[in-house]
Structures are given as structure tokens and as C-alpha cells.
Design a protein around this ligand. Structure first.
Ligand code: GLY
Ligand code: MN
Ligand code: MN
Length: 431
């Protein structure tokens, strides 16, 4: 791990929030992710499942966490099963958690090697009546891959058909969405690393630079600050590429007169930052580019004021649509006839702003949260309006990460990252 160790008190608190929601006599199981294969003996870099991480801090493959708060055996109220390590294994595979380190990381006293899982788990299941399983209920999850958790659940239901099964997901979505102070600090750190990357490229961008060269500058700055790298696949989209919402090729040359849309965020300690900024390739926006830029900035400034406790996200998205509609009218991109003829499910503004304004942010970039309950203090959201005009070869999106406060405006984790067009121009021209 490149990041500094996180205080285990965070995980102790996270677990207590989770277990307070369990039915009596229940246990819950959380598995690590697999290390995914490429081909031959190549593998993808490991990415821990965010739920076991959130509850234990264990950032290691082939780990299992079992929480059984009502167990008669005091030692079995919280248990970690880890892949065995010893001095010999460490020579080949590098440092893995031993039992003491696992305790120091997680605050969990009972740590077994994975070989003991079946026999110990059998004892625990004999005592439990209900099992919470960790299915992926993220609304946008869309994968054909069977995870380690999926395989575990399949076998569990065959081996233990008489137990009652419950879902951990709603509990996890709720508790993960309101952040602890330590988590806000980690998110801030991720945003601060992103800031360093953004400032670096303001002095680097010029006509003729390639999008992947900009990506490389960012990667360099992120890694030297103890980040693993990008929190999500970066978008470095110049000119009309910015109108392709999921443009990730980053393989074009940046031309004089174009604007580059950068949707790029560093991770830190598995926490994501999610930034979008738009910069002129030659250091100066044209009058039209600035007009569209400021329209998006106006929407963002209005929208973020709505991220206060009690807001319902569906109402918020509707209201942001109204704000955007006014800006698009001013820009002459839509007119009253478009609005008169619009369908309720596809308002006129969606021709130029076709995605959502905000999502939860945390250990996942599109973090888990309950979308139809009022938002609360401590929740973190992006705010990311955009206007995309393919016929003008121009796409502008501006995105910051915001913490909802108990009262007043949200706290902007990206408050130090230049966003005013004039400031961006002035930094770009100060080399
Ligand atoms: N970078 C992904 C998003 O903005 O949602
Ligand atoms: Mn983004
Ligand atoms: Mn985002």
C-alpha cells in the first residue's frame, strides 16, 4: 500500500454502525475481490471490494470478514480470515498482513488463516439463524463477471439452505453515504492530489500537445503523491471529443483554438476524487467558448447551493434542469418553441445536457447511497453540469466534490482548484 495507515478506530466505528442494523441471531459475511486475470500469468492490479475495506481496512485479496455480534463465543463476534503468510511466503509475494498487523489495521482480535474457514464458519453457522449476504445492488452496476462474493453466496445457499438470508446492501449504502471525519480527510487528500495534477498541466498544455501526454503528466503527479493513480478511467477530450461523454481514448492531438475537457481524479487510500475542468489549448478562451463556459459555471454555482440537508435528489435534478434551461435560452441554443414542444421525459435542455448533475462520492467514484431519501450532512456529492455542442466542436463540464453541511452551503473539497475562466487563463499565461 502506498498510503499511510488509517486509524483502526474508523473501522471499529464503521462496524458498530453496521451491526446495529442486524436482526438478532444474524451473522454477515464480506469477501474480498478476486485478482482478475488478463491472460497467461498476467493479472490486473488488485482492487479491494469497498465493503470489506470499509468495515475492516483490510486491503488484501482472499480475505473474509464475518460479523456475528450475538455469538455466544466472544471471540467469534468479529472474525477475519486471511491468506496465510510467513517469512517464506513474504520472500515471494512481499508483505502480507500477519495476525498482529491485521489487528492493528482493523481492530479485529480474532484472525484465522483461510484454511480454517470451513470448520470455523460451520460452527458459527450452527449458532446463527440468519445470514446477511453482500449482493451488488448499485443501480448502475452492469457486469457479466461472477465475483468472489457471488461464488461464495452460491455455495453458501447450497451448503446452508435452511438459514434465512438478508441483504447487507441497503445497510451498507446507508452507512457508507454519510462520511466520517477520517473519510472526509482522505477524500480531501485525494482532491488535493488532483489539484497538484491539474496545476501541473496548466503549465504544460499548448497547441500540438497530445491528449495522452496530458494523461501522463497527471499520472506522474498522482503517483508521486502516494496515489495508486486515477480513481476512474480519465477523460482527456479536446475539441469535439468532449461531446462524447465516455471518451477515454485520449489519443488525439490538441489543436490551437480548441478547448480540452478533463474529467480526471486521483484516488488516495481507495477514496476517489472526481474533477472536471475545461482549459483552452492556447491559453485563451474565445468569446463564445467563455460564454458557454460561464453558462455552465452559473448552473454549477446555483446547483450546489441546493445540496443541503433535506434535499431530495430527484427534485434537485429537476430544479437543475430548470436552471440549465434558462442558460440555454440565453445562449440561443434552445428557444421557447423547443420548450413548448418538449416531452416531459425528455425536456429540451437534455439536447445539450444529457447526464445527471450529481452522484454520491466516496470509496467508489459513483458511490453507494440511498437515492430516494433526503440528503444529510456528511454526505459527499459531485456537482457536474455540462453543455455539449457537437456542431461547435465544444463540450464544457465543470465538476467539484462537495460535502453537505448541517447548515449553509456545502463545503467544497475542490475549493482550491482554479475554476474561473480568467484564473485559468492567467495561470496558463504566467509561464
Ligand atoms: N468521472 C465520472 C463522473 O464524473 O461521473
Ligand atoms: Mn467526473
Ligand atoms: Mn462525477
Amino acid at each position: 500500500m502506498k498510503y499511510d495507515r488509517i486509524n483502526k478506530e474508523l473501522y471499529i466505528r464503521n462496524r458498530s454502525k453496521f451491526i446495529s442494523q442486524l436482526e438478532e441471531g444474524a451473522l454477515a459475511v464480506f469477501n474480498s475481490n478476486d485478482i482478475y486475470p488478463i491472460s497467461a500469468d498476467s493479472t490486473m492490479p488488485f482492487q479491494q471490494h469497498r465493503d470489506i475495506l470499509y468495515l475492516s481496512g483490510v486491503d488484501q485479496e482472499e480475505s473474509i470478514l464475518v460479523l456475528f455480534p450475538g455469538s455466544k463465543n466472544e471471540n467469534h463476534r468479529e472474525v477475519l480470515f486471511l491468506r496465510e503468510t510467513n517469512a517464506h511466503i513474504a520472500v515471494w509475494e512481499g508483505e502480507k498482513l500477519d495476525k498482529q498487523m491485521a489487528y492493528e489495521t482493523s481492530g479485529i482480535k480474532t484472525v484465522y488463516w483461510l484454511e480454517q474457514f470451513q470448520s470455523i464458519f460451520k460452527q458459527m453457522m450452527a449458532e446463527a439463524s440468519t445470514v446477511y449476504i453482500n449482493t451488488n445492488e448499485h443501480l448502475r452496476a452492469n457486469t457479466e463477471v461472477e465475483t468472489r462474493e457471488d461464488r461464495f453466496i452460491k455455495k453458501l445457499k447450497i451448503d446452508y439452505p435452511a438459514h434465512q438470508y438478508r441483504k447487507s446492501a441497503p445497510i451498507m449504502h446507508r452507512i457508507r453515504s454519510a462520511k466520517e471525519q477520517e473519510e472526509l480527510e482522505l477524500l480531501q487528500k485525494a482532491c488535493t492530489i488532483t489539484e497538484a495534477g491539474f496545476r501541473r498541466l496548466l503549465g504544460f498544455v499548448q497547441p500540438g500537445v497530445w491528449e495522452y501526454e496530458i494523461e501522463a503528466e497527471l499520472a506522474h503527479e498522482f503517483l508521486r503523491n502516494r496515489s495508486k493513480g486515477f480513481a476512474y478511467t480519465p477523460i482527456v477530450a479536446s475539441g469535439k471529443n468532449a461531446c462524447v461523454l465516455h471518451y477515454i481514448e485520449n489519443n488525439k492531438q490538441c489543436l490551437d483554438g480548441d478547448v480540452i475537457l478533463l474529467d480526471v481524479g486521483a484516488e488516495y487510500a481507495n477514496y476517489a476524487s472526481d474533477l472536471t475542468r475545461c482549459v483552452p489549448v492556447n491559453g485563451r478562451f474565445t468569446a463564445r467558448q467563455k460564454q458557454v463556459y460561464n453558462a455552465v459555471l452559473n448552473v454549477k454555482k446555483e446547483a450546489e447551493k441546493l445540496l443541503v440537508p433535506g434535499t431530495i435528489l430527484a427534485d434537485y435534478h429537476k430544479e437543475v434542469g430548470n436552471i440549465m434551461e434558462r442558460q440555454l435560452l440565453d445562449l440561443g441554443l434552445i428557444d421557447q418553441t423547443d420548450i413548448k414542444n418538449q416531452k416531459p421525459e425528455w425536456p429540451a435542455y437534455k439536447k445539450y445536457f444529457m447526464h445527471g448533475t450529481s452522484h454520491f462520492l466516496g470509496l467508489d467514484t459513483h458511490d453507494v447511497g440511498i437515492w430516494n431519501e433526503p440528503i444529510q450532512a456528511g454526505m459527499v456529492f459531485t456537482c457536474e453540469p455540462g453543455i455539449y455542442i457537437p456542431e461547435e466542436g465544444l463540450g464544457i463540464r465543470l465538476e467539484d466534490d462537495l460535502v453537505v453541511q448541517a447548515s449553509g452551503a456545502p463545503f467544497n473539497l475542490m475549493r482550491n482548484i482554479p475554476i474561473e475562466a480568467d484564473e485559468i487563463e492567467s495561470i496558463m499565461n504566467s509561464k
